[in-house]
Design a protein around this ligand. Structure first.
Ligand SMILES: Nc1nc2c(c(=O)[nH]1)N[C@H]1C(S)=C(S)[C@@H](COP(=O)(O)OP(=O)(O)OC[C@H]3O[C@@H](n4cnc5c(=O)[nH]c(N)nc54)[C@H](O)[C@@H]3O)O[C@H]1N2
Ligand SMILES: Nc1nc2c(c(=O)[nH]1)N[C@H]1C(S)=C(S)[C@@H](COP(=O)(O)OP(=O)(O)OC[C@H]3O[C@@H](n4cnc5c(=O)[nH]c(N)nc54)[C@H](O)[C@@H]3O)O[C@H]1N2
Ligand SMILES: [Mo]
Length: 822
């Protein structure tokens, strides 16, 4: 697991060439050699990169990285295991008791995993009848089909679009706003810097490499998270990380990782580590502001020209405001654990020369997650370097090749999410009976549990709708949402749940109708190559036919819309391949003035179009140049250190300027830590995309411990509990309990533990509180909104305790599909 100090290329190629693909790849490194092996090589893509697959006898035999990908990830190893997973959904399935009693079923049985196999016709009829029933008996407020997630790559088959378009052609339903990734960040930042920031292009890496003297990696693990992109990932960013590593070694750039964990990035770069207590970054930051202010190290002129509200904020720092607490480094030390003198030194360092602050997203996936982001912008404003190359603040350099110079080429469009004529639906009823038609994405379980409840969200009042039916496609809510046992209770209140997936996740287990889609490698498609770099277009050749009875999402929803006479409108009369060609041709037309794209057949044969390297760009440089003409998107057009708008909402948990708020649960002496002393972080997995690939058996075996998800823990904590590396442990709190396998590592600070999100939920039975046999962290997490502003997930506000497990361990129940009844 440890990252070696070798060059990045060497490291990756060493794993990718020998262990990843097997020795055969070394011999088969070009097309001529490939011809000597049976079968043909086809190109396809994924969120974790493009690749070529050798297909022979109707099966994918081997996989090699795409030749343009100089830094392929090990995750390519998981692909065959996804295709040929024992958990693949083979047939349309209906939950046993639901099959007998439909919407009057005994919902306490939901989750017992007993299902009946039905034909496609029967399954789609049932799905359609339920849509009808809910629209007729209730109305649009009773249906929620708005949860979406990490659908596979491929713009034609973008499965959330298929599901939502089909459902919308039938009638209206409850929608969502925001996402689990950046809920708090994308809500607060438009008030502060004028855009979501989290999904905005960042200053180009070459400019950071040339201009920054200090780079602060604040809660971000670039090496881990840049393996994955929203479109097909190119991994160009790793070229720059390799250069950054050299600059660190040559002492040209100081890089400091502020994190309670030694990250993969910190170890790769061999850069400085700044431990900070979890969820306690804001006190650290306030004390930095205190030092910058009291030592007059801040840029007054910048604040006067570009920012508003500094004078409203500073009394809070100096202790002259209501709470009368001066935010000194000594005050902060007691909460964040960073020695006061080191806080001062840190602040002085930031102010001493060009400094780039780079934040990750995990830090805003916690209670009051709005605050560290706002405070990050305040520090950057005080440093006065926003808009300079290699200075200022970024909230997304760990994501989807942000920071790789962009070509500016137009990306291909997607299969449309909405009906072409929004007002032509089978059911036109738009009466939500006083319920809100849109809810914050992470508040749907609240809605099921407490329909009619009124909550605040981003300045609005939301009346939670009385949801009776849910449809999921391209997302796995029994991975992505928090607090499994609360979800179990909520799901007992639902009448009908439909899931469309290619693999039997826990969401399928808790559904009533399950439809087998196929994977992205069993259909033809295309996608953007390089999500923000727009490096090119990648062809996705169908590698094999859909396995078992699975169908493409396109076909599934064509068949569903047929049942209510809308399939022509749905497909626009075009086939899968006609859609692929159309998206390509439209993209070529959009790029005509700047990029010459070959005709479709040439592209399809070559496998990709390369737009070349992009151009350097500095974030907010235009604003710095002229803040009047290039005003920010904030209410005032300036950086808002104080937001009058937020202040006027009158929320107690997100006020007019960034503040420190104690958490509902916090380790290192915070609330709840006496009973449950360990902070559980549920970061994004190194060798998965969320829950995707967890069922890839051979690959899972490379990191699982006694067949369970690894729980990463601190050596002292482990010793105190008599736990050794490799032991089975029970992790628990008041919300739930699970089994996991201990990995004892110095990388984790005392009182810190990690279970990666996306571990498949596999309870011993369907009862509330049942032990999870594999290690899904959301068995333990808390389901509360970040604040009344964003109402975002707070997954990382979570305390637990763990102990050595000594009894007879129950078998892992997460994988392998349903119990088929006859
Ligand atoms: N505790 C904790 N929880 C978290 C997080 C955390 O950090 N900690 N992170 C949150 C974040 S940031 C995110 S983005 C979410 C991710 O949550 P999700 O996006 O829900 O997670 P995935 O595991 O990617 O689930 C995608 C599902 O869609 C299916 N699928 C993929 N492609 C297709 C397709 O083409 N057709 C069909 N029919 N199905 C398809 C996959 O098999 C998989 O089951 O999780 C959130 N949950
Ligand atoms: N390999 C892989 N890459 C991915 C994904 C994946 O599933 N697998 N998912 C993608 C998606 S959807 C998303 S949203 C992004 C997620 O991107 P992020 O949310 O940024 O990623 P995480 O890995 O959850 O956390 C990053 C770092 O934050 C640190 N951290 C957590 N809490 C705190 C805190 O309170 N203070 C400080 N200082 N540090 C803290 C963690 O220790 C970790 O090192 O990743 C994307 N990239
Ligand atoms: Mo995410």
């Amino acid at each position: 697991m440890a990252i070696t100090r070798r060059g990045f290329l060497k490291g990756i190629l060493a794993t990718s060439a020998s262990t990843l693909i097997g020795p055969s790849l070394l011999a088969v490194s070009n097309d001529a050699a490939a011809a000597e092996t049976a079968g043909s090589w086809k190109v396809s893509g994924s969120h974790w990169g493009a690749f070529r697959a050798r297909v022979y006898a109707g099966k994918v035999q081997e996989i090699k990285p795409f030749e343009a990908d100089k830094y392929p990830t090990e995750m390519l190893k998981g692909i065959k295991g996804i295709l040929y997973s024992p958990s693949r959904i083979r047939y349309p399935m209906v939950r046993y008791d639901w099959y007998l009693k439909r919407n009057k079923s005994d919902t306490s049985q939901r989750g017992d995993n007993r299902f009946i196999r039905v034909t496609w016709d029967e399954a789609l009829d049932l799905f359609y009848q339920e849509l009808e029933r809910v629209q007729k008996d209730y109305g649009p407020w009773a249906l929620h089909a708005g949860q979406t997630g990490w659908r596979q790559t491929g713009q034609v088959h973008s499965c959330g679009n298929h599901m939502q378009r089909a459902v919308a052609m039938h009638g209206f339903s409850v929608n969502k706003v925001g996402d689990y990734s950046t809920g708090a960040g994308q809500t607060i930042m438009p008030y502060v810097l004028g855009t979501t920031e989290v999904y905005a292009q960042g200053t180009s890496w070459p400019l950071i490499l040339d201009n920054s003297k200090t780079v602060v990696l604040w809660a971000t693990d670039l090496m881990k998270n840049l393996q994955v992109g929203w479109a097909c990932e190119t991994h160009e960013s790793f070229e720059y990380l390799e250069q950054l590593k050299d600059k660190v070694a040559n002492k040209q750039i100081r890089v400091i990782s502020v994190d309670p964990v030694r990250t993969k990035t910190q170890k790769y770069l061999d850069c400085e580590q700044r431990y900070v207590n979890p969820q306690a970054d804001v006190p650290f930051m306030l004390a930095i502001a205190h030092t910058l202010y009291t030592e007059e190290l801040y840029d007054k002129e910048f604040l006067n020209t570009y920012a508003l509200g500094f004078e409203d904020f500073i009394p809070y720092v100096t202790g002259e405001s209501k709470d009368k607490v001066e935010k000194t480094p000594e005050w902060a030390e007691a909460i964040c654990g960073v020695p006061a003198d080191e806080i001062r030194e840190f602040a002085r360092l930031l102010a001493s020369d060009r400094t780039q602050l780079i934040f990750g997203w995990c830090i805003q996936r916690q209670q009051h997650g709005e605050q560290p982001y706002w405070m990050g912008a305040v520090i950057a404003a005080m440093l006065g370097q926003i808009g300079l190359p290699g200075g200022g603040v970024s909230y997304a350099h760990h994501y989807s090749s942000i920071g790789v110079p962009s070509t500016g080429a137009a990306a291909p469009g997607a299969f449309p999410r909405n009906p072409d004529k929004p007002n032509e639906r089978v059911h036109m009823n738009q009466d939500f009976k006083g319920y809100s038609s849109t809810i914050p994405v992470a508040r749907w379980i609240d809605a099921i549990m407490e329909p009619g409840k009124v909550i605040n969200a981003n300045g609005a009042k939301i009346t939670l709708p009385d949801i009776k039916m849910m449809v999921f496609s391209g997302c796995n809510p029994w991975h992505h949402h928090q607090d499994r046992n609360r979800m179990k209770k909520a799901f007992q209140k639902l009448e009908t749940v439909v899931s469309i997936d290619f693999t039997w996740t826990a969401s399928c287990r808790f559904s009533d109708i399950v439809l087998p889609a196929c994977t992205q490698w069993e259909r033809n498609d295309l996608d953007l190559y390089g999500s923000y770099s727009n490096r090119g277009i990648i062809a996705m050749h169908k590698l094999v036919d859909p396995l078992y009875q699975s169908k493409t999402d396109f076909e599934i929803f064509t068949l569903l819309t047929q049942r209510f006479g809308k399939s022509k409108e749905y497909t626009q009369g075009k086939s899968e391949m006609e859609w692929v060609k159309q998206l390509y041709d439209e993209c070529a037309a959009a790029n005509k003035a700047k990029f010459d794209m070959p005709d479709f057949m040439t592209f399809w044969k070559e496998g990709w179009v390369d737009f070349g390297k992009g151009k350097n760009w500095t974030r907010q440089a235009d604003f710095r140049e002229d803040p009047e003409i290039n005003a920010l998107g904030t209410p005032s057009g300036f950086i808002e250190i104080f937001s009058r708008k937020i202040d006027r909402y009158g929320y107690d948990d997100c006020q007019g300027h960034p503040m420190w708020f104690e958490k509902a649960e916090r380790s290192h002496g915070g609330p709840g830590s006496e009973e449950f002393p360990i902070w559980l972080q549920s970061c994004h997995p190194d060798k998965r995309l969320h829950s995707q690939m967890c069922d890839s058996e051979e690959f899972r075996a490379t990191y699982a411990v006694q067949g369970r998800e690894p729980l990463y823990i601190n050596p002292e904590d482990a010793k105190k509990r008599g736990i050794k590396d490799g032991d089975l442990v029970r992790v628990f709190n008041k919300r739930g309990q699970l089994l996991a396998g201990a990995v004892v590592s110095e990388d984790y600070a005392k009182g810190v533990a990690r279970l990666q999100e996306g571990a498949w939920y596999g309870p011993v039975d369907e009862t509330i509180g049942a032990l999870d046999t594999y290690g899904d962290p959301n068995t333990l997490t808390m389901d509360i909104g970040s604040s009344q502003l964003a109402q975002a997930t707070s997954a990382n506000t979570c305390l637990v305790e763990y102990e050595k497990f000594t009894g007879k361990a129950p078998a892992v129940s997460s994988f392998g599909g349903p119990k088929e009844m006859s």
